[in-house]
Design a protein around this ligand. Structure first.
Ligand code: AMP
Ligand code: MG
Length: 487
């Protein structure tokens, strides 16, 4: 067997999905295979790179054991309710158990029309597929739970948007693709049986310990709150802006999904927005924790029918659980800021120390990533290769640095610098680098920059003598002001 499928979603009733084969493409060609992820999934990476493997990623061949389906969901998009969404340009081939014992979905994205395509063509242009490959893998290496990129191919077919673009397909992997919007789909149809079946499936799959809880649905809500409090705290600490935090893009597994108009922030500012479709800054960097709670509130509302037979009691249970989110986020956020500042003990005032640093970054228009990297370099002997040529703290930071050094001296931590250099990356998928990769791939048919950036991002915490171009912030003429979802 080429892919060791073991499918469970297909065992749910047929109203959860439509059976749907990927639509074959004209001339599939390999972009890249993620060898380590293929190995984790028990798939031979050499086979994935073969003609048969490439045809499989393109959807031209269906591997034995696959049960291709498009799943249905609903969701709030920019706050507006959409009762019917679904995999409009993706099919789930099936699930495999990785060598880590985890169950993973393998999905093809850009694989043609499905019953949920509405007006769309079911396809994906090359640019967004390269973006998703690069950024999702960078996130994984940075320790952020995320969907992964197993492989990507070009289709040899044009995709028509404002311009004619080359088409591509991404094989995406996630612990599941079950969204808040999937729960909302069944809740909004008052399909309490469907809702219960789905909750059971999610608990079986992601949180089996919750079967023993007194109220499993309530325990699930609480667990998903914790997962997303932790996830959004991680986004904040790497400067990641998701861009489309709609409820159909929030996974119950607690992984990041949907790399559309996302971006890593260069200059620190809480109001930073890159997405061209986010006119009001609903999904700005600083709003992400708040909007995560908004999304989780939608989840809580959808769960009300199964939280208690008495609706008033159910609503009270939902509310009191949601009230825990700010505390969960606060704990996660302070802990990750402490790690970024190189502190291992908890002291009163740490939160203010971190906040003052961020306020200074904002006032001085400092680069978020380089500021923390530079701080790591200052925490011990200056490494031979450092970001000093790219970033210096302005005199406005003097008092803060004195304060931070004093706070560090309060604790005996001989591995501080090592830990900080392994926490604060030197290399992130900066927008101008990603744009350059996409533009050379599209216009010059040259994937070498894509491969080089993907390779660099595999070791974001180490800075070599040839890496300054990757670590550097954009020159003024390179700054990317807007990103596009490119669907
Ligand atoms: P997204 O903005 O990627 O979260 O997509 C929102 C909804 O639109 C989902 O139901 C997608 O499946 C659907 N969609 C996005 N792009 C396409 C496309 N090119 N063809 C069909 N459906 C699409
Ligand atoms: Mg989506």
């Amino acid at each position: 067997m080429r892919v060791p499928f073991d499918n469970t979603y297909i065992r749910l009733p047929e109203r959860f999905y439509s059976r749907q084969f990927p639509v074959p493409v004209a001339e599939p060609a390999l972009i890249r295979v993620n060898h380590s992820l293929a190995n984790l999934l028990g798939i031979d990476p050499q086979w994935l790179e073969s003609d048969e493997g490439v045809r499989t990623i393109a959807g031209n061949e269906i591997p034995g054991g696959a049960d291709p389906i498009a799943t249905v969901y609903a969701g709030h998009q920019f706050g507006s309710w959409n009762p019917q969404l679904g995999d409009g340009r993706a099919v789930l081939l099936g699930e495999v158990i990785g060598s880590d014992g985890e169950r993973y979905d393998i999905q093809l994205k850009g694989s043609g029309q499905t019953p949920y395509s509405r007006m769309g063509d079911g396809r994906a242009p090359l640019g967004p597929i390269l973006r998703e490959y690069i950024i999702s893998e960078a996130m994984a290496v940075l320790g952020v739970p995320t969907s992964r990129s197993l492989a990507a191919v070009t289709t040899g077919e044009p995709v028509y948007r404002e311009q004619t673009l080359p088409g591509a397909v991404l094989a995406r992997v996630a612990k599941s693709h079950i969204r808040i919007g999937t729960i909302q789909f069944f809740a909004s149809r008052e399909d309490t049986e469907g809702l219960s079946l789905l909750i059971n499936h999610v608990i079986d799959r992601h949180y089996p310990d919750l079967h023993d809880a007194e109220n499993p649905a309530l325990a699930l809500l609480d667990r998903v709150l914790q997962k997303h409090a932790s996830l959004v705290a991680k986004w904040q600490t790497v400067g990641f802006i998701h861009g489309v935090l709609n409820t159909d893009n929030i996974l119950l597994s607690g992984e990041t999904i949907d790399y559309g108009p996302c971006a890593f922030m260069d200059t620190y500012h809480p109001e930073t927005v890159y997405s061209s479709i986010d006119q009001e800054g609903r999904y700005a960097y600083g709003n992400q924790p708040k909007i995560t709670l908004w999304n989780l509130t939608c989840l809580a509302k959808a769960l009300v029918p199964v939280l208690d037979k008495n609706e008033d009691v159910a609503i009270e249970l939902a509310k009191s659980t949601l009230d825990r989110f700010p505390g969960y986020f606060f704990e996660e956020n302070v802990a990750s800021l402490r790690r970024k500042l190189g502190l291992t003990t908890n002291q009163e005032g740490d939160e203010n120390l971190a906040k003052d640093f961020l306020d200074l970054l904002e006032a001085e228009k400092a680069d978020f990533t380089l500021a923390f990297r530079r701080l790591s370099e200052l925490a011990g002997n200056m490494p031979d290769i450092n970001v000093g040529s790219l970033f210096t703290f302005t005199p406005a930071f003097d008092d803060w640095l004195t304060h931070w050094r004093k706070r560090c001296a309060d604790e005996n931590h001989d591995r501080r610098q090592l830990q900080m250099l392994a926490t604060n990356p030197a290399i992130i998928p900066r927008n101008h680098l990603v744009e350059e990769v996409i533009s050379t791939a599209m216009h010059d048919n040259d994937l070498s920059l894509f491969h080089r950036l993907a390779d660099k991002l595999a070791t974001p915490f180490s800075l070599g003598p040839d890496d300054m171009n990757y670590a550097a912030p954009p020159r003024p003429d390179q700054i990317v002001h807007q990103t596009f979802c490119g669907t």
